[in-house]
Design a protein around this ligand. Structure first.
Ligand code: NDP
Ligand code: MG
Ligand code: MG
Length: 340
């Protein structure tokens, strides 16, 4: 089995007294900055003026520009949206990187697809939490963590691995387990996973199930509970004990249905499509399309996003979640505050 590292395997002092600059204060940024600070490290946050900067100041960080934060930093962690990284890197990060310092990422996309080309005199590593930023923060506060992958792209100091691991410790990832990877493996598996399974696969499966039931005349409320709401309960069982725990907990009827009907829905044909998705990730076609879409101002992204928002599952879901006070709907709260 691959070696999984935990807190005791890590030299935490490697980053003691060093300056860590967190660039960006969004989903990942706020979690890394706050967790690292609470782990005893010195953290500055680099941002442009705006909502994120206000939030960082509220959380007790100084308002610094990207250039100011990077200057003199021993580790610069880039937590900007992937599509904004190349421009901010060229303008404000690269000119201020200290020789012998480390440039770090939470996803390998820009290094792997050559959108950011680092200078030869810095270490380059990634620490990629395998979970959303808000859970990186919440689990840390609960005394736990989100597992992470680390990888080294460039090691000029001979110390890149120790620094990456201390960083992983600082965000709480080494409480849950840290695994070694490469920029290529992290980038390709992350893109494939989110497209075919976690985000794309699951949302298409949920919608198709909801549509099949409502088109057959069943109530949308029932279809929503069956195909979306209950998914969390099933996934929690998988998270705790794998497919076998989920199957242990469900009825034998459900388990028989799982065996005979699951492979009718997700079959060899589906797997052939997954292989095509993986090929487009590996050969750079997906990356190229996404880079061009951003350069064009995201016409397709915005059109599809608006279309998806009009799906009947959105309306019924909003109504049902409003009646379940224990379900804290962040989107609905943001809408109330006029933020989306
Ligand atoms: P978000 O979109 O949540 O946050 C982006 C942050 O960058 C915001 O604080 C934003 O501030 C700031 N920003 C954007 N453009 C600029 C700019 N031109 N100059 C200065 N600041 C800017 O990003 P994520 O946290 O989702 O993603 C960060 C990285 O983490 C990515 O590489 C992503 O792939 C990776 N990652 C993300 C995960 C997730 O859970 N979301 C999971 C694992 C990895 P402002 O308010 O000013 O716009
Ligand atoms: Mg991703
Ligand atoms: Mg059932």
């Amino acid at each position: 089995m691959t070696k999984v590292l935990y807190n005791n395997d890590i030299q935490k002092e490697v980053l003691q007294g060093k300056k860590i600059a967190i660039i960006g204060y969004g989903s990942q940024g706020h979690a890394h900055a706050r967790n690292l600070r609470e782990s005893g490290y010195e953290v500055t946050v680099g941002l442009r003026p705006g909502k994120s900067q206000e939030k960082a100041v509220e959380d007790g960080f100084e308002a610094q520009s990207v250039a100011e934060a990077v200057s003199g930093a021993d580790v610069t962690m880039v937590l900007l949206p992937d599509e904004n990284q190349p421009k901010v890197y060229e303008e404000s990060i690269k000119p201020n990187l200290k020789p012998g310092s480390a440039l770090a990422f939470a996803h390998g996309f820009n290094i792997h697809f050559n959108q950011v080309v680092p200078p030869e005199n810095v270490d380059v590593f990634l620490v990629a939490p395998k979970g959303p930023g808000h859970l990186v923060r919440r689990t840390y506060e609960e005394g736990a963590g989100v597992p992470a992958l680390y990888g080294i792209y460039q090691d000029v100091t001979g110390n890149a691995k120790e620094v990456a691991l201390a960083y992983a410790y600082g965000i709480g990832a080494a409480r849950a387990g840290v695994l070694e990877t490469t920029f290529q493996e992290e980038t390709e598996t992350d893109l494939f996973g989110e497209q075919a399974v976690l985000c794309g696969g699951v949302s298409s499966l949920v919608k198709a199930g909801f549509e099949t039931l409502t088109e057959a005349g069943y109530q949308p409320e029932v279809a929503y509970f069956e195909c979306l709401h209950e998914l969390k309960l099933i996934v929690d069982l998988m998270y705790e004990g794998g497919l076998e725990n989920m199957r242990y907990s469900i009825s034998d009827t459900a388990q028989w249905g799982d065996f005979v009907s699951g492979p009718r829905v997700v079959n060899e044909e589906t797997k052939a499509r997954m292989k095509e998705v993986l090929e487009d990730v590996q050969n750079g076609k997906f990356a190229k399309g996404w880079i061009l879409e951003n350069q064009a101002g995201r016409p397709q992204f915005n059109a599809i996003n608006n279309q998806e928002y009009k799906h009947p599952i959105t309306k019924v879901g909003k109504e049902l979640r409003a009646l379940m006070p224990f379900v804290k709907d962040p989107i609905q709260n943001k809408e109330k505050e006029g933020k989306v």
